[in-house]
Design a protein around this ligand. Structure first.
Ligand SMILES: Cc1cc2nc3c(=O)[nH]c(=O)nc-3n(C[C@H](O)[C@H](O)[C@H](O)COP(=O)(O)OP(=O)(O)OC[C@H]3O[C@@H](n4cnc5c(N)ncnc54)[C@H](O)[C@@H]3O)c2cc1C
Length: 514
């Protein structure tokens, strides 16, 4: 232990440091937590603040709250194994952390940085409140491998195109050996009695229902051990190796399913990166000069997956440098694009059909039902449904972005916003407006036997494969044999793709022409 500053702290043997958990709900490879353990000689007060402002936010998802609470429970268990326990407070983090520092005699609060506009505003406010109360604040890079201004163009500007960003990212990466975090925390004597007078202390971790949420989705399991299990499964089952060839097929378990874990930090991007590199037989791809010993397939799998981790950081730095994109088109030139059909009731009806998975386009409906039931959707189908909402239903991307946030366990402001603006063609490195996904062709290509569709749209289970991508084309006799009468058991397409495509192209071209 390292007693600091010669101050007397009553019953505490050394000056503790508060670790404020946020999007880093893990013990291993946690930068701020490791620093706190080091600087406080193990005397760390681990705290999570249930922030009422966030819990009452418009885009909160019960499935995400449940995932977060499960992760907190696992975190508390992990901390207890190391001699500590998670302190859970409820209220405004600024006021709560000041009170906690006063109650425990902590002289510093450590946390890992978050980059969304709302988080940055909150952290500035909390930092000011703590500093005014004489508490030192230190923040750390942890959520990403490269942050803020670490990667800029040669002109000193943020990257707005992915490929050069990725090139810069890869050229700067150095060997990563994530710390395991097998340290012990010094139990803080009488911590409970010290803080039990805090009115906002939550004695037991609440359930989502206790917090007023009704979760109807069968969401992913939270917690650091689960994240580790998924990472190992992904690496050892061969899915990582086959990632570049399998990741686009929603009917195959070809991706890691780590997104809610990366969202809440039950795993770190460094752990993911290190796991990907460890599958290769070369030591380290410092200059991306891969050893010929690593087979091409393996290399492509790991490379493609690392690319996705880089997309995550790309969108994170976009929102950091261009906070306006949070609510507005990144490309302001497209502010003039007209969304909607001109008939508000029709738009509402179409939006409801999209949300509920009854558009008459099987791949879209399967994806939306997967989302509604599980809180997760495959990346390929996220792109398909986002394109469908904006380019086929002509609806504003913000409607879809908000719906996703209310349903996704991995709902992340930066990746979600980036994905939606990519699909709507209003974003940074966006899909050009004239390249529009054809939902039937996408379905034929990425769900050729209709396995994904049949899994999520059971009324199409007996539809012959030649009609699975366009059930409305079934002759009446086939409909009867398949037990699926169009218009009764499954809807006819709510819009005509070819017509809607022409309409959205007209609208974008009109804006382009000025
Ligand atoms: C419209 C739309 C909305 C999206 N919303 C979100 C969101 O709210 N939260 C979210 O985490 N991802 C979002 N994505 C990105 C992507 O779809 C998911 O990250 C991915 O499907 C998660 O599955 P996985 O963990 O199995 O991914 P894997 O394929 O195993 O990829 C590994 C990790 O890389 C990151 N990643 C992968 N693809 C992307 C991507 N295109 N952009 C940014 N990061 C990526 C994720 O953290 C993911 O867990 C969105 C994509 C689109 C098109």
């Amino acid at each position: 232990m390292r007693p600091r500053g010669g101050r007397q702290y009553g019953i505490l043997a050394s000056v503790p440091i508060i670790h404020w958990f946020r999007r880093d709900l893990r013990i291993a490879d946690n930068t701020a937590l490791n620093a706190g353990v080091r600087d406080g000689g193990g005397a760390v007060v681990p705290v999570f603040v249930l922030d009422d402002k966030l819990l009452k936010g418009r885009d909160i998802a019960p499935v995400r709250v449940q995932f977060m609470l499960e992760s907190l429970r696992a975190l508390d268990e992990g901390l207890r194994q190391r001699g500590a326990q998670l302190v859970v407070l409820r209220g405004d983090p600024a006021a709560e952390l000041v009170r906690l520092a006063q109650a425990t005699g902590a002289d510093a609060v450590y946390f890992n940085r978050d980059y969304t506009p709302a988080a940055r505003r909150r952290d500035k406010r909390v930092t000011q409140a703590l500093q005014s109360a004489g508490v030192r604040v230190e923040s750390f890079k942890d959520l990403v491998i490269f942050e803020e201004d670490e990667l800029l163009t040669t002109a000193g500007q943020p990257y707005t195109v992915f490929t050069p960003y990725k090139k810069a990212w890869l050229s700067r990466i150095t060997p990563i050996a994530p710390e395991i975090g097998d340290w012990k925390l010094a139990p803080l004597p009488n911590l409970q009695s010290l803080i039990s007078n805090l009115q906002s202390l939550v004695p037991h971790l609440p359930s989502a229902t206790d917090l007023g949420f009704t979760n109807t989705q069968d969401g992913p399991k939270g917690g650091e051990p689960e994240a580790m299990r998924l990472l190992k499964r992904f690496r050892d089952s061969g899915a990582l190796k086959a990632y570049s060839t399998q990741r686009d097929f929603p009917g195959i378990e070809g991706t890691s399913r780590l997104s809610p874990h990366l969202r809440f930090g039950t795993i770190s991007p460094r752990q993911c990166y290190a796991a990907a590199v460890s599958t290769l037989s070369y030591a380290f791809p410092a200059k991306r000069s891969f050893s010929p010993a690593a087979s091409d397939a393996k290399k492509e799998g790991a490379d493609a997956w690392i690319s996705e981790l880089i997309w995550r950081e790309f969108y994170m730095q976009i929102l950091y440098h261009f906070p306006h994109a949070n609510h507005a088109n990144f490309n302001r030139a497209y502010d003039a694009v007209r969304w909607g059909s001109g008939d508000a009731a029709l738009d509402e009806e179409r939006f409801a059909a999209w949300c509920e998975g009854r558009t008459g386009y099987p791949i879209v409906d399967a994806a939306m039902r997967q989302l509604n039931q599980t809180g997760w959707m495959h990346n390929r189908t996220r792109m398909i449904v986002a394109s469908f909402l904006t380019k086929d239903l002509l609806l504003d991307w913000r409607l879809g972005e908000s719906y996703f946030m209310r349903k996704l366990a991995d709902g992340d402001p930066a990746s979600n916003n980036g994905g939606w603006q990519w699909a709507a063609s209003t974003g940074t490195d966006a899909q050009p407006y004239f390249r529009i996904f054809n939902p039937k062709l996408q379905s034929e290509r990425f769900d050729p036997d209709g396995a994904y569709i049949k899994r999520w749209v059971p009324e199409l289970a007996r539809v012959p494969v030649e009609y699975i991508h366009e059930p409305a084309a079934m002759p009446p006799l086939v409909q009867a044999q398949a037990g699926c009468i169009i218009g009764r058991d499954y809807p006819a397409p709510i819009v005509d793709h070819a017509e809607q495509k022409e309409e959205i192209l007209r609208r974008f071209r009109a804006v382009k022409a000025g």
